[in-house]
Design a binder for this molecule. Structure first.
Ligand SMILES: Cc1cc2nc3c(=O)[nH]c(=O)nc-3n(C[C@H](O)[C@H](O)[C@H](O)COP(=O)(O)OP(=O)(O)OC[C@H]3O[C@@H](n4cnc5c(N)ncnc54)[C@H](O)[C@@H]3O)c2cc1C
Length: 387
């Protein structure tokens, strides 16, 4: 029974479906959302993620992404800054910024082209392991139903994570929240992204949209974020200007301010019997290093490859159990390193102690003057942790 059911046709679940289908696997999706996505959040993609979307045939025509050509990193109230350019990475762009809904539209269109079944309006509520298959319980059009699958790939962003047997969840609350928005300035960005570490948390600008437009992320305490969200536009622009400085020019307009709490969520295992987790269902990270979504796409890519290999080398009925075990083990290293890197940045840069401000400045200055350090950091941002 080569019947792989993916719960959640979001960016990671849909990408997995497309990659798996291209490699000859029989996949279908169940998705709670009925219509097109209206999610306005900006997603930052690494160069490696672009390659994965390219392999899924969703990169290119119709998908509008803004290229990142350089990343400026600095700390407020301290010396030291670093500049990583696309030349350091040896690639046309260090990364790309796009809107969630635009990516989802491109994925939905390709799912149709590839004739991958998507059961829309199906809200999954529980799973039961039945030895050789899994029963998926879901509600649709007011009724309760059950569907069988040989393998369940959980890509629902974490909605059903607590219901998977043998997977326990660890959460760390950073005591911070992120304020997101779309901001304009009077100066062209020329592909530059900025990350500024401040004692209250990082602030980032990612070029997105027009030549003077950025996706903004401001991390601070939840109380301060609530207060910033309540300001009128002019007062908010003033506050952000003071906080960020003038590196990106004078801020002129802000739109779409919204906030979310910042937590690290990891799982004890990525596999429970015939159920496996990918994307935000498997890990949710602080946005400081822009690693979370890229990790999710690498989950999708690796799982599709391992399941397709297992399908080709089919022995007996248990064709996928070894592949799932391998996926669980192989992804650990990448995830642990990305979580460690992100956690280190949050801890090391979110304070104002002189004892850490000085080494931080030295580290940023060293990254700037040492070509191998710049290249090393560029490769991590581009492709994730070394294998
Ligand atoms: C509030 C918020 C803001 C973020 N902002 C940024 C950002 O600015 N930049 C960035 O790079 N990353 C950001 N992230 C992270 C990024 O959005 C995720 O890494 C990415 O969306 C992960 O994709 P996914 O497909 O794994 O999960 P999701 O995007 O969560 O998709 C899950 C899919 O599953 C479906 N689903 C959910 N429950 C069920 C169910 N019970 N049954 C069936 N289907 C279901 C949903 O409808 C959805 O389509 C943010 C995350 C959050 C939560």
């Amino acid at each position: 029974m080569d019947n792989i059911v993916i719960i959640g046709a979001g960016p990671v679940g849909a990408t997995f479906a497309l990659l798996a289908k291209r490699q000859g696997l029989n996949v279908s999706l169940m998705e709670a959302r009925e219509g097109p996505s209206r999610e306005t959040r900006s997603l930052a993609l690494s160069h490696g993620s672009r390659d994965i979307l390219d392999a899924a045939h969703v990169w290119g025509a119709g998908l509008h992404a803004t290229e990142i050509h350089a990343i400026h990193t600095s700390q407020k109230g301290g010396f030291g800054r670093s500049l990583i350019t696309r030349e350091d990475g040896g690639v046309p762009a260090l990364g790309y910024v796009l809107t969630y809904a635009d990516l989802q539209t491109a994925l939905d269109a390709e799912l149709e082209v590839q004739q991958i079944p998507v059961q829309r309006g199906a809200v999954v509520t529980a799973f039961e392991e039945r030895g050789d298959h899994v029963d998926i319980r879901f509600t649709q059009a007011g009724g309760e139903h059950i569907r069988e699958a040989a393998v369940v790939v959980l890509a629902d962003g974490g909605a059903n994570l607590g219901k998977v047997p043998a997977i326990s969840i660890t959460e760390k609350d950073y005591g911070q929240a992120a304020l997101l928005g779309h901001i304009e300035t009077d100066t062209p960005h020329r592909g530059a992204a900025y990350e500024r570490f401040t004692p209250e948390g990082p602030a980032a600008l990612l070029p997105h949209g027009g030549t003077k437009e950025y996706a903004m992320v401001w991390v601070s305490s939840p109380a301060r974020i609530d207060a910033l969200k309540a300001l009128d536009d002019a007062a908010f622009l003033d506050a952000f200007q003071q906080h960020f400085g003038y590196r990106a020019g004078r801020f002129t307009q802000i739109a779409g301010r919204r906030s979310y709490p910042l937590r690290l969520r990891t799982v004890s295992s990525r596999v429970s019997g015939n159920i496996t987790v990918i994307g935000n269902a498997a890990q949710a990270l602080h946005p400081v290093a822009g690693q979370g979504f890229n990790l999710g796409l690498r989950d999708a890519n690796d799982l599709a490859r391992l399941l397709a290999d297992a399908r080709r080398e089919r022995v007996g009925d248990l064709i996928f159990s070894n592949a799932l075990r391998k996926y669980g083990l192989e992804r650990n290293r990448d995830v642990e390193r990305s979580v460690g890197f992100t956690d280190f940045l949050v801890g090391a840069f979110s304070n104002d102690h002189l004892a850490t401000r000085v080494p931080r400045g030295v580290a940023l200055a060293l990254v700037d003057v040492l070509p191998f350090a710049r290249r090393g950091l560029a490769r991590r941002m581009l492709f994730g942790a070394p294998k």
